[in-house]
Design a binder for this molecule. Structure first.
Ligand SMILES: Nc1ncnc2c1ncn2[C@@H]1O[C@H](COP(=O)(O)OP(=O)(O)O)[C@@H](O)[C@H]1O
Ligand SMILES: [Mg+2]
Length: 236
């Protein structure tokens, strides 16, 4: 990392995050951050470019002001990720879990961003938005677009079923806010709350996800009902 780049990052990130970014830059996963896409409570999302001018999304989990209780609760439901006391390690485990949830979904053929790299609290995934040299803009969420609700729903429900049956995951935070639209096709993002489909609360979370999706699409004129949709997802 150049002296100049380091100075810029030093004002924005803690040392732990700078180290992770430095390592990812050394590994040639990216050249440097481009611009902020969303500054959130738990994480900040940036666009970045690789040396081939491919745009990627960099999700940086914050070490401060994150909901640790919430994170620990989800980590406990997932036997592979036991609760860890240390703050830094909890955030890193949280980021890692999201990365591997995305990877599982991606490998099962669900429309999610391609996972690229993970280092501690920093995830690199495919950027769902404009390509270089255009200005970095993420594609709209379906809450703001969705010109053809029926077609969008048909694609989405197949993905939710694939996520459940093949990736064996329940999204856990699915709504019109966590689905981007790329050329009429849904791309599911934000798998940080996803849990294995055989976890004790999976049924409850799946029902909540389905309720939100049904509500959204029914407002758009579809006539869906929760039990039928749940049945479709769960039947082999
Ligand atoms: N892969 C991506 N490509 C483009 N934009 C993204 C990508 N991932 C996230 N974003 C943008 O960042 C926002 C926040 O990301 P998200 O993963 O939903 O985190 P959270 O909702 O927990 O803050 C998204 O609503 C979207 O606007
Ligand atoms: Mg989100």
């Amino acid at each position: 990392m150049s002296e100049e780049l380091f100075k810029t990052y030093k004002d924005i990130f803690d040392r732990f995050t700078i180290n992770a970014l430095w390592e990812l830059i050394t590994q040639k996963k990216l050249e440097g951050l481009e611009s902020p896409i969303k500054i959130g409570k738990e994480s900040n999302v940036f666009s970045a470019l690789t040396k081939y001018n491919e745009r990627v999304a960099v999700k940086v989990y914050r070490l401060n002001s994150v909901d640790f209780f919430q994170m620990s609760k989800y980590l406990e439901m997932d036997p592979k990720f036991r609760p860890i006391k240390q703050r830094v390690r909890i955030v890193a485990a949280w980021a890692k879990r999201e990365f591997f949830n995305i990877k599982k979904a991606y490998e099962a053929g669900v429309s999610v961003p391609q996972p690229i790299a993970i280092k501690n609290n920093v995830l690199i995934i495919e950027f769902i938005g404009t390509k270089f040299p255009e200005h970095p803009t993420d594609f709209p969420k379906i809450k703001d677009s969705c010109a053809d609700p029926e077609e969008m729903y048909n694609l989405l429900i197949k993905d939710i079923k694939k996520l459940y049956q093949k990736a064996k995951l329940v999204h856990g935070d699915l709504s019109e806010f966590n689905i981007l639209e790329r050329g009429g096709v849904p791309v599911i993002i934000d798998l940080s709350h996803s849990i294995p489909s055989d976890a004790p609360s999976a049924d409850e979370l799946l029902k909540r996800d389905v309720e939100k999706i049904v509500k959204f699409f029914n407002k758009k004129g579809l006539k869906l009902n929760v039990p039928d949709v749940l049945h479709y997802i769960k039947k082999a």
